[in-house]
Write a protein that binds this ligand. Structure first.
Ligand code: UT7
Length: 323
């Protein structure tokens, strides 16, 4: 058995901050942000919490799929920015959608989280442990951002995306995942609690950034490791790059996606992007893009789709499945 997508949904907050809005807060400008990242705007939560946005995306996926929420037996939420450490966001989603029979938990691998959650769901299904799994990526990076740090605040946005997987006979799903804890300092985000502790230690220090990032280091890592993990999955599947209809990559930077396409000698038109509108919503980028493509009618039965994520950890992963 494999998990086939039978419904998708997404939610982004209505409040929009475009690049000109940010140029009033920090020393930046629309031209720099567009040229270096491809980002034009980001949606930012006001009253919305991470788990509430996850629930909204899930409700939309349920509505589209037509399934009874009672059929869902597992809810996985990939997030690194839930408003509570516990209870987990998955339990809030369960309540919101009325999936009384579901187990659920959150998992955190930052921007790679959704791809890993998707892989976990596929493993549960192929092992016969679950039949219907809700997989969500949701993040409110605006809560972690230091809005005075121009090197990071321009990059992120908030949102959530969800897919429902249902067990069916079908072409196997192939996946690969990696971590490199040695590279952890390249990209770190501190929780509120930890932040206070660090500020105490750094008493008097000006530094207020809660996200620390070696931008160029992460850029190079992504451009090297994403093509590698895609090739790894293709080799395992006995498929080639030409067989793939779409490469749905984590939406961090247009230049990263273009460089990956170039390394793979594949036309960039096979790499859909929506970061101009939403920026980097961390674990939510991939499922928001899947939902947009699905609702536009771009995804049809039998297409081969490659997902790939990368981010803090450092972590990176890819999955090949048939729509
Ligand atoms: O989900 C994974 C999350 N992270 C990523 O994917 C990040 C990967 N890295 C990147 O996307 C890029 O490295 C950035 C977009 C973060 C930065 O682009 P870059 O081309 O690597 O620029 P840079 O850091 O080398 O900075 C170039 C210049 C610097 O000025 P000087 O030293 O050349 O005078 C920066 O101070 O641009 C300056 N700068 C800015 N200027 C205007 C940095 N941030 C800004 C800004 N506006 N927001």
């Amino acid at each position: 058995m494999v998990g086939k997508i039978c419904g998708t949904g997404s939610y982004v907050p209505p409040r929009v901050l475009n690049n000109d809005d940010l140029s009033k807060i920090v020393d930046t400008n629309d031209e720099w942000i567009r040229e270096r990242t491809g980002i034009g705007k980001r949606h930012v939560a006001e009253a919305e919490t991470t788990s509430w946005m996850a629930g909204q995306a899930a409700l939309r996926a349920v509505e589209q799929s037509g399934i009874d929420p009672a059929e869902i037996d597992m809810i996985l939420v990939a997030t690194s920015s839930s408003e509570t450490v516990f209870p987990c966001a998955a339990c809030e989603v369960q309540k919101m959608i009325g999936a009384a029979g579901a187990a659920g938990y959150d998992l955190n691998a930052a921007c790679t989280g959704f791809v890993l959650a998707f892989n976990a769901a596929q493993a549960y299904i192929s092992a016969g442990f679950c039949r219907t799994v809700m997989v969500i990526g949701a993040d409110s990076m605006s809560n972690m951002i230091d809005w005075t740090d121009r090197s990071t605040c321009i990059l992120f946005g908030d949102g959530a995306g969800a897919v429902i997987l249902r067990a069916e006979e079908g072409t196997p799903v192939y996946m690969a995942a990696h971590s490199d804890g040695e590279k952890a300092p390249s990209l770190t985000g501190l929780s509120r609690h930890r932040r206070g502790w660090v500020e105490e230690l750094e008493e008097g220090a000006e530094k207020k950034s809660f996200i620390h990032m070696d931008g160029q280091g992460v850029f190079k890592f992504a451009v090297r490791k994403v093509p590698e993990v895609i090739e790894e999955v293709l080799e395992e599947a006995g498929s080639s790059l030409e067989d793939i209809d779409y490469f749905i990559l984590h939406q961090a930077n247009r230049r990263i996606i273009e460089a990956v396409a170039k390394r793979l000698k594949t036309d960039v038109s096979k790499f859909p992007m929506n970061l101009e509108e939403y920026a980097n919503t961390s674990a939510a980028t991939v499922p928001i893009l899947i939902d947009e493509m699905n609702r536009k009618g771009m995804l049809t039965e039998g297409q081969k789709i490659m997902l790939a994520g990368f981010g803090a950890g450092l972590t990176w992963a890819a999955t090949l499945f048939e729509w």
